[in-house]
Design a protein around this ligand. Structure first.
Ligand code: CMC
Length: 421
């Protein structure tokens, strides 16, 4: 069977045959047939916007790999900073490369005092930490005049390091401001995850629990990249105009903020809290089936099988609960999962738990307020966004993003003076 596709324009009888490679054919086939012919694809359901070698996702079989390495192996054996290196460089580091990378990130965690004193302190006292995070990432770029030098590979590396190193600092600062507590400076002698937990929680003789440090690191690994999702697409679209990486990452973080994307973990906890008891699970499922509610943390645009990250997170949840005590919402979540997975409404629509179904329970058990959940997603996703930004800039096939539209507004008509309308 030939690996080609033949498209015939029935209006003209013109035919074009192009190769299918990796399940994809080039849209240049359409341009060849008729340069004014476009494919209508709202939400890009059938459009590959780029070639990418960063993350492989097979939604039908629940497979996720970074640089070819299965997510299960990375979650078990790797660290977040090693994974960030892999995403950015395509290969796992040697021990010397890893030591150098960890040193560089660790020594860029501090942020300019004006960021806290003049910028973050200017927010309203009840500002949402994710709104603050988005704005602070954009503002951070204004402290670095070299941020705009995106054609310079060395400058790019510096911005990448800064953004990965400073994201946890900004996140912790936004949280501390929102609860009116003094900011803890970064500690260079701690790991990436432990430093973040320390900045969040250190009061008096607080010491980071190694189980929670590892759980945080695993959650960071699982959230580091997920190929062309909404936030990453935003990063690429903004980056394609050659905006600086801080502005692009702020746009990506804004996309992540939405409840259908990174905001779902917050929505899951709100949903479980409002269900309240196991007895209310069945009526809730019925209301979802009646279209009155949405089962948050279920369903995915790409996974039509188990989200492999959800399976790993479920195990991590049990590790965390050993230290923190069980989150009382866990029983409701387990019952919801059991009911949904045996109900034809969810089975027929291939709706399975996604990464957000259990992550919120872990965050809550670790004392994070729900308003911080999406920030916890954004911190590690920074490395994925930057890996895609770098890949975009190195890809000669890429140009400024500019989709076409299917115009269905009025035909030409004459302006009517306001008195005659
Ligand atoms: N609860 C109830 N019904 C659902 C759900 C859900 N969570 N998700 C999809 N459906 C139904 C939907 O109503 C539709 O039914 P019908 O065919 O009868 O109209 C069918 O399943 C297909 O859904 P869709 O909306 O066309 O699917 P989509 O690919 O556009 O949406 C999604 C994907 C993730 C936005 C959606 O499943 C959803 O809203 N889930 C809840 C929010 C959530 O958990 N988001 C986190 C995603 S994972 C983290 C990330 O990567 O950002």
């Amino acid at each position: 069977m030939p690996d080609t596709i033949t498209i015939t324009d029935d209006r003209t009888g013109k035919t074009v045959t192009v190769p299918i490679e990796g399940g994809v054919f080039p849209s240049s086939a359409l341009r060849e047939l008729d340069p004014t012919l476009y494919c209508y694809d709202p939400a890009f359901l059938s459009t590959a916007s780029t070639r990418s070698s960063i993350t492989y996702l097979d939604g039908a079989n629940g497979v996720l790999r970074y640089g070819g390495y299965p997510i299960e192996q990375l979650a078990e054996k790797s660290s977040y900073l090693e994974v960030a290196y892999l995403l950015l460089n395509g290969e796992l580091p040697t021990s010397a490369e890893l030591a150098q990378w960890e040193h560089e990130v660790t020594h860029h965690t501090f942020i300019h005092e004006n960021m806290r004193k003049r910028f973050v302190d200017g927010f309203h006292y009840d500002a949402h930490p994710m709104g603050m995070f988005v704005s602070a990432i954009a503002a951070l770029g204004t402290f670095y005049n070299d941020a705009k030098e995106i054609e310079d590979p060395e400058s790019r590396q510096i911005q990448i390091r800064r953004l990965i190193a400073k994201s946890p600092t900004i996140a912790a600062m936004c949280y501390k401001f929102s609860v009116g507590l003094p900011f803890n400076q970064p500690s260079n002698d701690l790991s990436y995850a432990a430093n973040f937990l320390n900045m969040m929680w250190k009061i008096g003789d607080y010491e980071v629990d190694p189980v929670l440090e590892r759980a945080m690191d695993v959650l960071f690994i699982l959230h580091a990249d997920h190929e062309q999702n909404c936030g990453t697409t935003a990063m690429r679209v903004i980056g394609s105009s050659h905006a600086d990486p801080y502005s692009s990452a702020a746009g990506a973080a804004s996309a992540l903020y939405g409840p259908l994307h990174g905001g779902a973990n917050e929505a899951v906890v709100r949903m479980l809290t409002s269900i309240g008891t196991i007895d209310n699970v069945h009526p809730f499922i019925e209301s979802v089936k009646a279209g009155e509610e949405r089962l948050m943390g279920f369903g995915h645009r790409v996974y039509k099988n188990f989200d492999p990250r959800a399976t790993i997170i479920k195990q991590t949840a049990y590790d965390v609960f050993e230290v923190t005590g069980k989150n009382p919402l866990l029983d409701i979540a387990l019952k919801l999962e059991e009911e949904a997975l045996s109900d034809s409404y969810f089975v027929d629509r291939q709706l399975y738990p996604n990464v957000d179904f259990y992550s919120g329970l872990i965050y809550q058990a670790m004392q994070f307020p729900t308003s911080m959940f999406t920030v916890l997603f954004a911190i590690p996703r920074m490395s994925g966004w930057l890996a895609h930004w770098q890949e975009l800039l190195n890809d000669p096939a890429q140009k400024i993003s500019r989709p076409r539209q299917w115009y269905d507004g009025p035909d030409e008509r004459d302006y009517v003076p306001i008195v005659d309308r």
